[in-house]
Design a protein around this ligand. Structure first.
Ligand SMILES: [Zn+2]
Length: 255
């Protein structure tokens, strides 16, 4: 009881110290309609979580990029949406958020079946690693209102990886309380993934980003993105997966 009282008091202090000014909050909602369409209660809780998020995470701008309050709140508001009912403890595993002005070109290496190493460049709008930090491109974060039209949201994508990594490698199965639930999740997402890969092979137009066909962890991340920013289309294309995510996140954004 006492511990809970202390926790509540600390949270209240953090919320007050990192309170989001009205004008900035309204600007954020205006820019991201998938947030604005939520109920008043949801938005009040989202705003409270944002303040807590800002009190526990550290932003770093790269190459002179300035992390203004506008930037930090844009990231916080989108990052907190998936954990609106679950709470911020899901993001306890890391502190740093590295902000770039635009996309980043990363040098990669891969080894083929013959053991030959190939070097290549990969263009990234964001990246999440176990233990953090998390990297984001402001250009992509900022455009999330428009890119919701094609179910693209880099912040939710990367934070979906963070949630997936809550129990180890990103494998498309987030932390679940029982082995039976993990087994059922595994079966459903594997089946959805197989169908999705077939669709992308056929060149079919899909709601989910075809990037999701790269691997199961990416499929989970693009499904979570679509669940939150293109909910109705996602529900129509993947009703079973939508239902699974709705139970998990305790939210029904398409309703
Ligand atoms: Zn990804």
């Amino acid at each position: 009881m006492i511990l809970k009282a202390i926790k509540d008091w600390r949270e209240q202090r953090a919320v007050e110290r990192h309170a989001i000014p009205d004008a900035l909050w309204q600007l954020t909602l205006l820019r991201y309609p998938f947030l604005a369409q939520r109920s008043e209660d949801d938005l009040a809780e989202l705003r409270r979580l944002c303040s807590l998020f800002l009190s526990t995470k550290e932003f770093h701008g790269v190459d002179g990029f300035e992390v203004t309050d506008e930037v930090a709140v844009a990231v916080a508001a989108q990052a907190c949406l998936p954990v609106l009912r679950l709470g911020l403890t899901w993001y306890d595993g890391f502190v740093g958020i590295v902000m770039h002005e635009g996309e980043v070109v990363a040098a990669r290496e891969t080894m083929d079946e013959d053991g030959v190493v190939h070097a290549y460049d990969e263009t990234l709008a964001g990246e999440a690693m176990e233990g953090g930090p998390l990297m984001l491109s402001w250009t992509d974060v900022h455009a999330a209102g428009e890119s919701a039209d094609w179910a693209y949201n880099v912040v939710i994508h990367e934070f979906a990886h963070v949630i997936d990594m809550g129990d180890g490698e990103p494998d498309g199965v987030p932390p679940l309380p029982s082995a039976e639930q993990r087994r059922r999740w595994r079966a459903l997402i594997d089946a959805e993934y197989d169908v999705f890969c077939r669709w992308t092979d056929e060149g079919r137009d899909t709601v989910l980003d075809p990037y999701g066909a790269t691997e199961i962890g990416e499929f989970f991340a693009v499904a979570v993105e679509a669940f939150f920013v293109a909910s109705r289309d996602m529900r129509e294309e993947h009703p079973d997966l939508y239902a699974l995510l709705a139970v998990y996140f305790q939210q029904d954004p398409a309703a």
